[in-house]
Design a protein around this ligand. Structure first.
Ligand SMILES: Cc1cc2nc3c(=O)[nH]c(=O)nc-3n(C[C@H](O)[C@H](O)[C@H](O)COP(=O)(O)OP(=O)(O)OC[C@H]3O[C@@H](n4cnc5c(N)ncnc54)[C@H](O)[C@@H]3O)c2cc1C
Length: 384
């Protein structure tokens, strides 16, 4: 290990736990700032997402630069429409928007971030701190010395649970069913109803659904090769949620079901309920979906995000409701803010991280509150 005087001359060494959007985004922003950063992702495979969609926000777009030689695949729409449950089509409201998918963001970040700094099948297990540095134990890699450890390990963040064992995500009282349908499989009349618009649909018993086109399975953006992405927010008390989360193999999941996990009877119920509750075009879109998947809606705010030389970013720090369309953008914003904070001279880093924390907490708390408000106003869901 290097001594303190030596340490002042070399770039800061940063270990990032988690290689999804927050982890890769942080890796990229820090690498651009000249920091010696390595990202460790526990998943050893290709991390194929369920392919679900994201609204492109400016903070997310700002991660990608023309000079990188890789462009984020996106789809577009010219405006919004609302479908009523009795079959009416609301007027088109002009509001151009861009969309992408988790898969597209992840794949594009991987193209830009140096491959030798991204380690798959590498689980961050624990860390210890001595006077000069952190030692991070990484399964599949060994012990790594770092000046800073970034927890970008998601909503269930193992690192956060060791740092803040007493705070837990709070279930908001409803779930999001999601699905995708390849454009080539959509009948022409459904395609016509959803093309070029961001569609919202009110459900008869409360709640709402939305749909928009995202890049295709191989990230194609041309019409004909895209996928239609939909989300339907549905009330579920804790017992109903737990029942939904039992997989077709009988396993009780805690927070989500990936594609192919939902029981056939549950999927059949969902499709029947869509016919009773949603505009017929939306119900047909859901009926066309081979394997809907599910995400429970939770709220979480970390009371602090900087613990000496360990920092929480992305969903490890704040989990906001998907109505904000802000989770990936928040992760990108954390990445940029942290890179700026770490540009400070070594003697100023503690103060700089303190400013980073204040700004991150302020933004996260406002986005969280906005999501709760949108949940009440738009989705009319959840007990709170
Ligand atoms: C495979 C996948 C697909 C997703 N698809 C979508 C989507 O389609 N639409 C959407 O809105 N959001 C999706 N999300 C969630 C979305 O990425 C987040 O809500 C948001 O972008 C912030 O991400 P995050 O990086 O903070 O957390 P996450 O995306 O949850 O990533 C956390 C990462 O940390 C890794 N990790 C956890 N513990 C360890 C450890 N001990 N050591 C090393 N690595 C660890 C996990 O494997 C995971 O890759 C997806 C997440 C994943 C992991």
């Amino acid at each position: 290990m290097m001594d303190a005087s030596h340490a002042a001359e070399r770039p800061l060494r940063v270990v990032v736990s988690g290689g999804s959007i927050a982890g890769l985004g942080t890796g990229l922003a820090l690498h651009r700032a000249g920091i010696d950063v390595h990202v460790f992702e526990q998943d050893g495979g290709a991390m194929r997402s369920a392919g679900a969609g994201l609204v492109v926000q400016p903070e997310l777009a700002a991660l990608f630069r023309p000079a990188d030689g890789a462009t984020l695949p996106t789809t577009r729409c010219r405006g919004r429409q609302t479908l009523g449950f009795d079959g009416e089509f609301g007027p088109l409201q002009r509001m151009p928007q861009q969309f992408t998918s988790w898969t597209a963001v992840h794949a594009t970040l991987l193209q830009i971030f140096p491959g030798e700094r991204y380690h798959r099948g590498a689980t961050v297990e624990r860390f210890t701190r001595n006077e000069h540095a952190l030692q991070v134990d990484i399964g599949g890699v060994g012990a790594v010395t770092a000046d800073l450890l970034v927890a970008a390990d998601g909503a269930q963040s193992p690192l956060r649970r060791t740092l803040l064992p007493e705070v837990q995500p709070h279930y908001a009282g409803y779930v999001a069913w999601r699905g995708t349908v390849p454009e080539r499989d959509m009948p022409q009349d459904i395609l016509d109803a959803f093309d070029d618009v961001f569609t919202f649909a009110d459900a008869r018993s409360g709640g709402h659904a939305l749909a928009y086109f995202i890049p295709g399975e191989n990230l194609e953006t041309a019409p004909g090769a895209r996928q239609m992405n939909w989300v339907w927010y549905v009330d579920a008390n804790a017992a109903a949620r737990d029942d939904l989360l039992v997989t077709r193999d009988g396993v009780q999941r805690r927070a989500s079901l990936r594609r192919g996990m939902a029981r056939q009877s549950v999927v059949a119920n969902l499709k029947a309920r869509a016919v009773a509750e949603l505009h017929p075009m939306f119900a047909r879109l859901i009926a066309q979906t081979a394997e809907p998947f599910l995400q429970t809606i939770v709220d979480f705010a970390a009371p602090r995000t900087v613990f000496g030389r360990t920092v929480l970013v992305g969903d490890a720090a704040f989990i906001v409701r998907p109505h904000t369309a802000g989770g990936a953008a928040k992760a990108a914003r954390d990445a940029q803010l942290l890179a700026e904070a770490l540009r400070a001279p070594r003697s100023e880093i503690d103060r700089s991280l303190d400013r980073f924390q204040r700004e991150q907490l302020h933004y996260g708390q406002s986005l969280l509150a906005y999501g709760v408000q949108l949940g009440r106003r738009w989705a009319r869901l959840g007990p709170d």
